[in-house]
Design a protein. Structure first.
Length: 299
């Protein structure tokens, strides 16, 4: 009887841990979905301000609004940060600023489809580099092919635009890894808030120069400000919390929902019809992500 009791006692915590891991993983999935939906909605709204203040102006306003929102939410105690905590925060600030500007500029040069396809190489590389399970590798390969079919990138000789898209990909990979590191070393949203504030400071001279040359309208500022909340502040915070609950490899695969949501937004908001191959690509991405969710191990 004593032996049976001891086995039962040991089994209960194991079941509790597994249940907690499953709940955490589902919460992480919900956060990633919310992040992607918010990101794509904000990108569509922010694009409305391009004719007035251009991509650089929109990114600058985005960074300032995101910094204000995250500072209010995170309330970082900057003086208490150690050198080891400051290093990933500074790196994330640089990555965040570079990622947004390079992607928006790439979209303007090579088009949305190719820019998004190139940028997705970042999270895809994280997924492939951090996993050795055949299921994860198969899911990553499937979503990579589906993203290409969905975005339908067109060939181009604009090597600067291609380079900027690849730079955005490197930044997105760094964004995932640095957010995960910050989530382990700093409580709450303090690290994200500090990184967003520093990133906003970087864009003060850039934004001032652009807005002086291209005086904004109230509508353009409103669109850019909304993009700051939806495409920067909300995803920044949601991704930080999600990466505390799911592995980086799983996060990298799951980011393939961004092109899907962008395509759906184009269909619903802009009336852009999808080819049957794009619908098939959406089904493949959804299926691959579902398989990844169901087979993922608790972090």
């Amino acid at each position: 009887m004593e032996t049976g009791g001891s086995v039962e006692t040991r089994a209960e915590p194991r079941r509790d841990v597994q249940a907690g891991g499953a709940r955490g993983r589902l919460a992480g999935v919900a956060m990633m979905l919310g992040s992607a939906a918010s990101n794509q909605t904000g990108a569509a709204v922010g694009a409305l301000a391009f004719p007035v203040i251009g991509p650089a102006g929109v990114v600058a306003v985005r960074q300032w609004v995101a910094a204000a929102v995250l500072l209010a939410v995170g309330r970082p105690r900057l003086r208490s940060f150690t050198a080891a905590q400051w290093r990933p925060v500074l790196a994330l600030a640089a990555v965040f600023a570079t990622m947004n500007l390079s992607l928006y500029t790439a979209v303007g040069r090579v088009g949305l489809g190719l820019a998004v396809t190139l940028e997705f190489l970042g999270p895809l590389s994280v997924a492939l580099a951090s996993s050795r399970r055949r299921t994860d590798l198969a899911c990553a390969a499937a979503v990579a092919a589906a993203v290409v079919a969905l975005t339908r990138p067109r060939p181009t000789s604009d090597y600067l635009g291609i380079g900027l898209g690849l730079l955005a990909a490197c930044c997105w990979a760094g964004y995932i890894l640095l957010n995960r590191s910050i989530g382990r070393t700093l409580p709450g949203a303090e690290g994200s808030a500090a990184a967003a504030a520093l990133s906003g400071l970087v864009f003060v001279p850039i934004g001032a120069f652009v807005l002086v040359r291209h005086p904004p309208t109230a509508a353009a500022l409103a669109c850019a400000g909304a993009a700051g909340v939806l495409s920067s502040a909300v995803p920044f915070l949601a991704d930080l919390l999600a990466l505390r609950r799911v592995p980086a490899r799983f996060f990298g695969v799951f980011m393939s929902v961004n092109p899907v949501l962008a395509a759906v937004a184009g269909l619903v908001v802009l009336g852009q019809a999808l080819h049957w191959t794009q619908w098939l690509a959406i089904l493949v991405i959804v299926g691959a992500n579902s398989a990844s969710v169901l087979t993922a191990r608790a972090p």
